[in-house]
Design a protein around this ligand. Structure first.
Ligand code: NAD
Length: 503
């Protein structure tokens, strides 16, 4: 009892603390919805100390292609929290996505998007939907490493790292624990991408063992997203990698009917950024009709992130009550449900009037029941024994017949490595390929040590890196166009590369 009293007292103090926040008013409807949001936060006693930052359209158009000034980084680092209204990226080439820049520069590794249905006050077919999507935010195909390698072939590197997987998966479980959620579902495509998505899945299985009180399961992303669209009420927390997370969080927001209502958080180790999921809506800017709910929900996430869960609940419940009362901005108008269409400012006033009241139909927000803040431990790399066992040399060759390039490479005797196989677009075409396989000008030629014994997918001999360099030099002098190489390694005796399809 005494402990509970102390905890409550600590919560009270925390709820009264000043919270410094870098505030970006954004473009289009941004300033209108930010004013409304800050008014509500002030009225609720959130004790926010905003420091204005200028990012977005104005900065872009001043000739700064990144959309952010150098001095703004200092303000962000000083405040550690950002509340950001949507910004407009001007049309035309050369403007870098500010969102990607902020996420990557600040190490905002987790994108957290709660997607909740507010039926019948917001139209949806899924009244019981209440899902949180935790999306990895920095890696995967979004690393943006792309190359054109031959006339026919371009490539985008999908980078998945163990520290990245550990951070995001642990965050998902910690989030579930902190917010009283019961289940975490992992979505991957490791039946195809055995190494990259396989790593994400393996880390998920490892970390799930540390949270026996939380149910965990895994689904292949294609069937997972189909089921999410059909039966979203069966999901609680979903954790997934960057691209899949990007897609399913939009599907989820759309079917919840809440694209204009949802907020999202971008969480890093030192800095966190909170924003609405919608854009700057230039079509309605200045009309004072924009719905401030998305940004307000983002601000509620900010408050609970810093431990001001009681104030977050007070605001959320007042907002839910306002929806129930039927005071709606025009975007969520429904005949027989909406009592009055209100402006952005009037909506904020209605929410302020409801502070301290609870909704009657919609689920009461109880963030303050959560078990505390989320801490992610630092990554510790475990040493592994790494052995070089071969190389994939990618060759640009305009011929059509795989046997021609295969036999030629096989007959080059002057080096200490031998050809194991050739694939084209991942399919084995030499030796013993099928004539039906379509071949482009991009040939992956796998070489291993000349004396290597090969047993299934196991290669026994270690390769000296010098031999790989010498091999490339020989191929070059024989007229082959080497476009890239990938070394083949084993880590602690386990193959660190995929086999060719049909190998
Ligand atoms: P949008 O989300 O701005 O607008 C889509 C539609 O939804 C429009 O009809 C708009 O009027 C409506 N809408 C959006 N938010 C609303 C709200 N709060 N209240 C009422 N109606 C709302 O998407 P868009 O038109 O594709 O993009 C406009 C600009 O926003 C572009 O420059 C885009 O790059 C930018 N954008 C920014 C962010 C961000 O800063 N996080 C995100 C998405 C798009």
């Amino acid at each position: 009892m005494e402990r509970l009293k102390i905890q409550n007292k600590q919560k009270k103090i925390l709820n009264q603390d000043v919270t410094k926040v870098a505030v970006a008013y954004g473009d289009g409807i941004g300033p209108e919805i930010m004013d409304a949001t800050l008014r509500i936060l002030n009225a609720a006693g959130a004790n926010i100390q905003p420091e204005k930052i200028e990012i977005g359209e104005k900065v872009y158009l001043s000739g700064n292609s990144s959309g952010i000034e150098k001095s703004t980084w200092e303000i962000i680092n000083r405040n550690k929290l950002i509340l950001k209204a949507p910004i407009t990226t001007p049309q035309g080439k050369g403007y870098k996505s500010l969102n990607v820049t902020l996420r990557k520069s600040l190490g905002l590794f987790a994108n957290v998007r709660p997607v909740i249905a507010y039926a019948p006050y917001v139209e949806t077919n899924f009244a019981n939907m209440d899902v949180v999507i935790v999306r990895e935010n920095e890696e995967d195909l979004y690393a943006g490493i792309e190359h054109q390698q031959t006339q026919d072939v371009v490539q985008c590197l999908k980078l998945i790292t163990r520290p990245g997987c550990e951070k995001i998966v642990r965050y998902a479980f910690e989030y579930a624990k902190a917010y009283g959620r019961k289940k975490v579902t992992c979505m991957v495509k490791d039946n195809i991408m055995k190494l990259t998505d396989g790593l994400f899945h393996n880390v998920f299985k490892e970390i799930a063992l540390e949270y026996p009180e939380i149910e965990s399961n895994s689904q292949i992303i294609d069937i997972g997203s189909a089921r999410l669209a059909a039966t979203p009420q069966n999901y609680d927390v979903i954790v997934t990698s960057n691209l899949y997370g990007d897609i399913i969080s939009d599907i989820a927001a759309e079917i919840a009917g809440s694209v204009g209502m949802a907020g999202s958080a971008n969480i890093g180790t030192n800095v966190a950024m909170f924003e609405a999921i919608h854009g700057s809506a230039p079509d309605i800017a200045g009309q004072k009709i924009a719905n401030p709910s998305g940004l307000l929900n983002a601000a509620i996430m900010l408050l609970s992130h810093v431990g001001k869960t009681q104030i977050a609940d007070t605001i959320k419940n007042a907002w839910l009550k306002t929806l129930e009362d039927g005071y709606h901005t025009v975007d969520v108008y429904q005949e027989n449900i909406t009592k009055e269409i209100v402006s952005t400012g009037e909506f904020a006033t209605r929410v302020i009037e409801n502070l301290g009241k609870l909704p009657k139909q919609l689920k009461v927000s109880k963030l303050a029941d959560g078990k505390g803040e989320i801490k992610i431990p630092e990554y510790i790399r475990k040493e592994q024994h790494q052995v070089l066992v071969g190389v994939d040399i990618f060759i640009d060759w305009k011929g059509k017949n795989p046997n021609e390039i295969g036999d030629t490479l096989n007959n080059i005797k002057s080096f200490k490595m031998k050809l194991k196989m050739i694939t084209n677009r991942g399919v084995k075409v030499y030796p013993d390929g099928l004539p039906e396989t379509y071949c482009t000008d991009h040939w992956r030629c796998r070489f291993v040590d000349i004396d290597s014994k090969i047993d299934g997918d196991k290669i026994y001999n270690e390769v000296d890196f010098e031999k790989i360099i010498a091999l490339q030099s020989i191929l070059h002098h024989k007229g082959f166009k080497v476009i890239k190489t990938e070394n083949l390694y084993e880590f602690d005796g386990k193959r660190g590369f995929s086999l060719g399809q049909g190998e």
